[in-house]
Ligand binder design. Structure first.
Ligand SMILES: [Zn+2]
Length: 78
């Protein structure tokens, strides 16, 4: 687990953690350069009770370019 996630989880009731992780895993980051995708959670972030799309700038682990990742929310599993 990443540092931010440890800190947030340390201050939150344990009953919230599963929901927060699940929601963070539904938010995806997609590289516009190579199409590589990973979840917000995998990237070390937490996104919870948020809405709307935005852009997150960072280095793509796949193509190595500094890009603006498109952020979008995957549909819940059926
Ligand atoms: Zn890329």
């Amino acid at each position: 687990m990443h540092t931010l996630q440890k800190i947030v989880f340390a201050i939150m009731p344990s009953s919230w953690r599963v929901g927060i992780q699940a929601e963070s895993e539904r938010w995806m980051l997609k590289c516009p350069n190579c199409g590589f995708e990973r979840s917000y959670w995998d990237a070390g972030g937490i996104r919870w009770r948020a809405a709307g799309n935005k852009t997150v700038f960072g280095k793509c682990p796949n193509c190595g370019q500094n890009v603006g990742f498109a952020v979008y929310k995957k549909n819940s599993p059926a």
